[in-house]
Design a protein around this ligand. Structure first.
Ligand SMILES: *Cc1c(COP(=O)(O)O)cnc(C)c1O
Length: 399
């Protein structure tokens, strides 16, 4: 690390609350890669944590930002704006749920909106408010979404947490049944648990949750903040199952790197939020909305859903090859280009070794390395990256 980067990180630590511990400073990004302040280039298989799905510096995205920024950047929700109208139309159409959209600025906020909407509906439907969520799930860092996130590391030190959540085990329908009580109004889950270890819901589980919700008049809420916008090979990961949620949320990849979240409903819940029932100053921001439209257009015109399936399968096969080769690697799991490599030792150690080869990856819990490459990943670049992974694993485990 150069003196310049050292100095920047020292300045960072002097004035930024230590919620993060960045190991370098990113100076620029292009396509699948980023460059740090020392000029070192990396393949970014984190996509900025599931955000840069169409790649860094995507031409359509940059043009959309520039164009809308020069028209106007914000006008509040006292007035409508055309990009937000178009984007809501697009999300309703892509969802096929026949409902409506509420825009906000992040994943946590989108889930917060889903929780509030479910409670508002529950208040008018039997005075119910409790939401069943899942151990190893992740829903964000606001107080309510932390309460929804059944993981100790996320909740420690924040008591008293908002009440109204009950926890169940993922992919275990009996535990969902056991968690449902008189006050239950909804079940909220990720279609593929991201932070919790890249674990996809089984077909049987997703269908079972839907059926339980139908039987007991509960809302099914799917958190698509990480898995949505094409990452698993369908627009939303729930579309890979034979179910339809009542509500789902998206954020991370929605607006090509600009902050934006969305709550999407079915027809039944389209008008539960009435005038003034919920709001966000920046929600539906015209620059973010215009950019999100460019992201969705790019995914469609470049066939990135199909690419996520095809290249995802190639990456999965390559990782499976390493699992077969090394006893310390246990399993590959996930969907499309949301993949996890389960290891016996510390995932952190592998993430460090990959970084040493020029590849950025993430952990998902202590024993899973998470791969979230841009959906634009091609076969040639994948070959380069598989070589890097091979060299890194060789250095950690011995040839
Ligand atoms: C990242 C994430 C969130 C939180 O999103 P923020 O934009 O960081 O608030 C919520 N749910 C899931 C599944 C996520 O991966």
């Amino acid at each position: 690390m150069s003196d310049k980067t050292q100095e920047l990180l020292e300045r960072y630590r002097a004035v930024m609350m230590p919620t993060y511990a960045p190991s370098t400073v990113i100076a620029s990004g292009k396509g699948l890669t980023v460059r740090d302040a020392d000029g070192m280039m990396y393949y970014d298989f984190t996509s900025g944590i599931g955000v840069q799905s169409v790649g860094y510096g995507c031409k359509k995205v940059v043009e959309a930002i520039q164009k809308q920024a020069s028209v106007f950047t914000h006008c509040s929700n006292l007035y409508a704006n055309v990009p937000a109208i178009k984007l809501a139309e697009r999300l309703v159409e892509l969802s096929g749920l026949g409902g409506k959209v509420f825009f906000c600025n992040s994943g946590a906020e989108a889930n917060e909106a889903a929780i509030k909407l479910a409670r508002r509906w529950g208040a008018a439907n039997g005075g119910r408010y409790e939401i069943v969520t899942f151990r190893q799930g992740f829903h964000g860092r606001t107080l309510a979404t932390v309460a929804a996130t059944a993981q100790a590391w996320c909740q420690e030190g924040y008591d008293p947490l908002p009440v109204g959540f009950a926890y169940a085990d993922y992919n275990d329908l009996d535990s969902v049944k056991a968690a449902i009580g008189d006050k239950t109004v909804a079940v909220m889950l990720e279609a593929v648990q991201g932070e919790g270890g890249v674990t996809p819901a089984t077909e049987e589980f997703m269908r079972g949750v839907r059926q339980l919700c139908d039987e007991k008049n509960l809302l099914m809420i799917v958190d698509e903040v990480q898995s949505g916008i094409g990452r698993t090979g369908t627009w939303f990961a729930w579309q890979g199952y034979d179910v339809k949620p009542d509500l789902f949320t998206c954020a991370k990849a929605l607006a090509g790197g600009l902050p934006m979240g969305a709550l999407v409903s079915n027809a039944k819940l389209a008008d539960v939020f009435t005038v003034s029932a919920h709001a966000s100053t920046f929600g539906g921001n015209p620059v973010a909305a215009a950019t999100a439209l460019a992201v969705l257009d790019t995914i469609e015109s470049e066939g990135l859903l199909e690419n996520a399936v095809k290249v995802g399968e190639l990456l999965r096969e390559a990782l499976q090859g390493f699992v077969d080769q090394y006893d310390a690697l246990l399993e590959v799991r996930g969907k499309g280009l949301m993949l996890g490599l389960v290891c016996e030792g510390e995932a952190k150690e592998l993430v460090e070794a990959f970084k040493g080869q020029g590849l950025l990856t993430l952990t998902a819990g202590a024993h899973v390395v998470r791969f979230l490459p841009p959906l634009t990943l091609g076969e040639d670049d994948l070959e380069d990256v598989v070589d890097m992974i091979s060299d890194a694993l060789g250095s950690v485990y011995g040839e």
